[in-house]
Design a protein around this ligand. Sequence first.
Ligand code: HEC
Length: 295
Amino acid sequence: MSVPTIRGVIRRNLLIVFLIALFAGGGGFYLLLEHAAMDNAGQQAELMLQSAMAVRGYTTKHILPNFQKLNDAVFHEETVPAFAAQTVFRTVSSGDAAYTYREAGLNPTAPSDRAGPFEVDLIRQFRSDSNLTEMRGVIDSGRQRLFYLARPMRLKDERCLICHDTPARAPKAMLAKYGPNNGFGWHMGDIIAVQLLTVPVTQQFRSTLELVSILIGGLALIFAIAYFALTAAMEATVAGPLDKLAHAAEQASRSTSKTPELPASGAREIRTLAEAIQRLRISLAKALAQLGTKP
Ligand code: HEC
């Protein structure tokens, strides 16, 4: 293995340090921004889910009892908590289709609420682990990246059974509209559906990538300037003069007749060394002259 030069060692170490700083800085910044974007999407989704719960609660508590008093033969969907919440949120998300709210079940009353493969999977997971109260993450919908927040819907209120117990117990008008086959046979405590909220995060993801590339570009520029400044300074003060010094010392060790060219510039340590070599050479010449040996 050849002995490395001082130039090689310094250049290599500078490059290694810079590359590590670039990757650690870029990667760390990316993770930080990604985390902040997820946090932000999570907060939005939580707020929307709370509003959906509020609409459901309002419907169950204030709308349903009053409509029941009417006792007419028409079924009013307005009295259905799921209908109220999903209808309100369809209006909220009409501007941006990526904001969605769904209450999807395996045995739903309305066919449009039948769970898709992803929702079925969520319901299964909630059913198999009763400690699981929430799931969140990011899904790729082909065109977009969506943040989702999912919570299990457990049947906790006896009032729900008016319409979801047996077809015999359900309002006749509801049966006429939805049929006797779907959305019945639910039991108290069952997880009957999943509440799924999505928030678009494609834009946040793009901005994160943009910011990270700006940071990496900036760091790379600073590093390039630092690299050239440091290597140039090292060349002028250490490596260049040291080369000359090594050459001069080698010449002086071979013959005393020629005056070797010693470096006039360089760091203070190098100049001291050059002067010492000069003195050493003169003393050597004197000593040789005293001995009568022709140099
Ligand atoms: C007045 C009858 C009625 C009551 C009371 C009622 N529901 Fe429903 N529920 C329905 C109907 C009808 C639908 C279908 C609504 C639609 O067209 O979107 C539905 C839909 C749902 C859905 C969406 C999935 C599906 O089956 O389509 C869930 C979840 C749900 N109900 C849960 C509940 C819970 C929990 C309660 C008690 C807080 C409750 N329901 C009370 C009639 C009722």
